[in-house]
Design a protein around this ligand. Structure first.
Ligand SMILES: [Fe+2]
Ligand SMILES: [Fe+2]
Length: 301
């Protein structure tokens, strides 16, 4: 007997009807209403701290999401549950769309003001040219289970961030409607598919140590990569209001919906034995915003 199997986790009891399933939306925003500065002093466009972390994350999304797709796709044929099979297709389609929209925004808008190419090249070379290959060749469970467990952990973070983005006062204060649409669309889809990579991982290996070990790796990676992206943009800023930076950082670190605080809570919660992302009930918030998002997009299937 494999002694690690004593740490196998139970299947959580949960009504399938309680979980939303990924829908495929095909937005066509061109972000031409986005300006780096706004005459409205309250607009989030004028906040260099928020701008740097939004751009930093946006630069990580396309290649990061393509990695998630690779990790889940590897096991797609082994899934026999028809609903999960369908959800995997939805997950892949949604992440591909996120990558496309963020890539457009990165190239067309953010790249017109900031030097973004060296960061894109360097983080890509580090994460996929080196780390992904190293994991596949040398790490235990690398080249399969580890990648899907890292994806499950990363998707837990993106779903929790999605929830805090929907509640965030500062995101609601963007003047640009297309940026708000993009944030809310991405956020609700992260909530909608939060169980998918997790359930694929459980199907492959429902082991506590694989799941939480991958979480430690993922938290360190996401933490350092997003800090790297933030710093790359922030150091290109010329007029920085440091008081505003400290205030915004304080909100993200200490407010109950702040992204850094939510990141820490998401990390700790993941260590609960038999944890499942669908244990967090965000259906009310999801219902409110998914209606708004669907109304802003013509093609929803
Ligand atoms: Fe995504
Ligand atoms: Fe996702």
């Amino acid at each position: 007997m494999d002694f690690l199997s004593i740490f196998d986790e139970k299947t959580p009891a949960r009504a399938a009807a309680q979980v939303p399933h990924p829908k495929v939306r095909s937005p066509q925003w061109d972000f031409s209403d986005y300006k780096f500065e706004s005459p409205n002093p309250d607009a989030t466009e004028n906040n260099v701290f928020r701008r740097a972390y939004l751009i930093g994350l946006s630069l990580l999304f396309p290649d990061g999401e393509r990695f998630f797709i690779r990790a889940v796709k590897r096991y797609a044929d082994q899934i026999d549950d028809p609903q999960l099979k369908q959800d995997v297709k939805g997950f892949i389609a949604q992440e591909a769309q996120h990558g496309r929209q963020h890539e457009l925004l990165n190239e067309k808008i953010f790249g017109s003001r900031y030097e973004v190419n060296s960061f894109l090249k360097n983080w890509n070379a580090f994460a996929f040219g080196f780390l992904e290959k190293f994991a596949a060749d040398y790490l235990p469970y690398g080249g399969g289970k580890l990648e899907v467990a890292v994806t499950a952990a990363a998707e837990h973070f993106t779903a929790v961030w999605g929830t805090s983005a929907l509640k965030s006062e500062s995101f609601a204060k963007f003047d640009s409607q297309s940026i708000k649409n993009l944030i809310y669309w991405h956020a609700i889809e992260e909530i909608e598919h939060k169980h998918v990579a997790f359930d694929v991982m459980r199907h492959v290996d429902a082991n506590y140590f694989l799941r939480t070990g991958a979480m430690v790796v993922t938290a360190a990676l996401i933490g350092s990569l997003s800090l790297w992206g933030f710093a790359h943009i922030f150091r290109q800023e010329k007029n920085v209001d440091y008081l505003q930076v400290i205030r915004s950082f304080g909100y993200e670190a200490f407010n109950k919906d702040g992204m850094l605080r939510q990141f820490a809570i998401a990390f700790v919660t993941y260590f609960k034995p038999n944890f499942h992302p669908s244990d967090t009930d965000d259906r009310e918030l999801f219902a409110e915003f998914s209606k708004l998002v669907d109304a802003s997009i013509e093609k929803v299937a």
